[in-house]
Ligand binder design. Sequence first.
Ligand code: PEP
Ligand code: MG
Length: 553
Amino acid sequence: MLKGIGTKNGIQIGKVYKFEKPSLSIKEEKGEAQEEMIKLERAITKTIEDIETIKKNAVHLFSNADLEIFDAHLSMVNDPEYLGQIKETINKGYSAVWSTKIVSDNMYEMFVGVEDEYLKERKEDIKDVSTRVLCNLLGVDLPDLSIINEKVIVVADELTPADTAKLNRELVLGFVTEKGSRNSHSAIMAESLGIPCVVACEGIVSSSNHGDTIIVDSNNGDVVVNPSDEDLHNYGIAKEKYENEIEGLKSLKDKETITLDKRKIEIAANIGSPDDLYSAIENGAEGVGLLRTEVLYLNKNDCFPNEEEQFEVYKKVLELMNGKRVVIRTLDIGGDKELNYFKFENETNPFLGYRAIRFCLDRKDIFKDQIRALLRASVYGKLAIMFPMIATIDEFKEAKEFVLTQKEELLKEGVKVSDEIEIGMMVEVPAAAVLADEFAKYADFFSIGTNDLVQYSMAADRLSSKVNYLYQPLNPSILRLIKMTIDGAHKNGKWCGICGELASDEEACEILLGFGIDELSMPAAKILPIRKKMIWLSYDKAKEKIDNLILKD
Ligand code: PEP
Ligand code: MG
């Protein structure tokens, strides 16, 4: 059995889908023209079939605009100029593999220096298509998460947030990665899709093969490859027990979360897209405490989502929540969340660099589309806008001012905007937690992002498996920051929630209750277990216990 860190959202048993990008080492080689032409024709036909299959599988996952990328790939693989050059090289006596490689490399290089953003991005299409043709020529499998068409458990060295955004929740039962940490965005995104996963599972890549049977127990961080009958029996029982427990909690679905001594805590859902809402509603979410809008941006292949597309998404979420509060976080991109269509400059410490609100305040042209979309959608429900990564009061004021200016403009254009939008911020930079009582004079609410708050307070990269041990959200230093934030909000009559992973940690429930937290937002599957825990706690008793925890002395 292998051990890793689990997302604590269930057990799955299935077949391994090995997600490994092959490294192709191709050397110059000669070939007999007629034979090589046949190989090329076959590889091209197979490539066209592959792209068409991917497109077919992706139809229900992506918008029509996104699907255009596959058409671009199809036209490239059929491009007479591209194929003509490869054939010409074959006729000079080179192999089909070598000819494809050098023609594709030359074409790629041609696009490297171009200024035009659209053309620049075409080089990625060349890379994708040529890698696919080369793999087909060499008989190497090219795994692709969007090509999956049966139920599998994905095994990978690591998955990027962009890879995770493409996971099909109906087919991907779970995933295991060799690298990563509990707090990596891939694990968090998988959790909100309801997919159990185990990360930082050392040895999984070398000890599993495509098609092997695998057990992923995210509750305990266990992974078993090619399990014995006994393992299958034991984990099968544990799986059933866990699923029955969750089913048994369904009676709490329509109940409020009120402690024994009548203190109300709001339990909301963290979501990445409107699709996640069905599970949130099914699990009794009292609102949305965090909509990670970057998922919408990560799902796009070739350009930022425009105002209209975003408007439709925000409107849908607000309507489906039917008057319950929906906290929508503005674009939190950068760090590990990279976009296919926008290259961030290389920085030594991207997590400390140009990202989230820093990027948005610098690129108001991009920010504007999102803010206008949010404001227009505001009339369809109860909207709260939240800025990520705020470090200074000036940043918050500038972002809020920008929202208000956009509102004025829309009103001038005759577009309706709600007058009841709350404008708040994430507290995930220690500087903001320390100064929370000042920030609360300007912000309508706080939501503590404990994932980043721990990362920045402990100076420990949340992606690094080597420093996983420093992910200590219950360390007294972090607890003090949380307490300061809640107190700062309350002093100014504002509310404070938590939308980081700590919100769904059963061990933390009593502490957070004692601190006076107003709202907890978490992946849908965690809502009912946390509600069950909360309703058997007493606020007064919890308050008594917390003093020792923050080491007041
Ligand atoms: C956090 O940092 O705790 C948070 C909720 O944001 P994200 O995990 O998306 O960075
Ligand atoms: Mg964060």
